[in-house]
Design a protein around this ligand. Structure first.
Ligand code: HEC
Length: 122
């Protein structure tokens, strides 16, 4: 059901784009939602968040993290990192990565929801 909704809304977005050739390109928040959120949003079911929680990062969800450097984020996005796939310049330009970076840094961190249930939890 969710998948169907996602496909439908993608079709709606694409339709909107073809009708408005001068529509603004996606900003940092939109590109984050499209390219990163699936793995990096807070809560269970997000491999990025779960792995970064195991690595004991200050904010396991990427969003709202203040300790990342742009150069580091850029090299992770370009080269990938263990489980994370790399993004080519045709998928995300350097400028778009910088916008995603700015969005991540400026956003408010989410309430801490452990992606991995505490030991002993049912
Ligand atoms: C398919 C899932 C997936 C997608 C999509 C994804 N990531 Fe990741 N990302 C991961 C995983 C998993 C890790 C943890 C690396 C590891 O240890 O495997 C990670 C790690 C990172 C790190 C390192 C953080 C740290 O503390 O060292 C950064 C930065 C990052 N991702 C940024 C991004 C950005 C920006 C995007 C979108 C352009 C993105 N990721 C898209 C899965 C993903």
């Amino acid at each position: 059901m969710m998948k169907k909704l996602a496909v439908l809304s993608l079709v709606a977005v694409l339709g909107a784009c073809s009708k408005a050739p001068n529509a603004e390109k996606p900003d940092g928040a939109e590109n984050y939602a499209l390219n990163c959120a699936g793995c990096h949003n807070p809560g269970p079911g997000h491999p990025g968040t779960m792995l970064l929680e195991q690595l004991e990062r200050p904010v396991p969800a990427l969003i709202g993290r203040k300790d990342l450097e742009l150069d580091y984020l850029k090299s992770v996005v370009r080269q990938g990192l263990i489980e994370m796939p790399p993004f080519r310049p045709t998928e995300l330009s350097d400028d778009e990565i910088a916008e995603i970076y700015a969005y991540i840094k400026d956003a408010k961190p989410p309430a801490q929801t452990p992606a991995i249930p505490a030991k002993g939890a049912p």
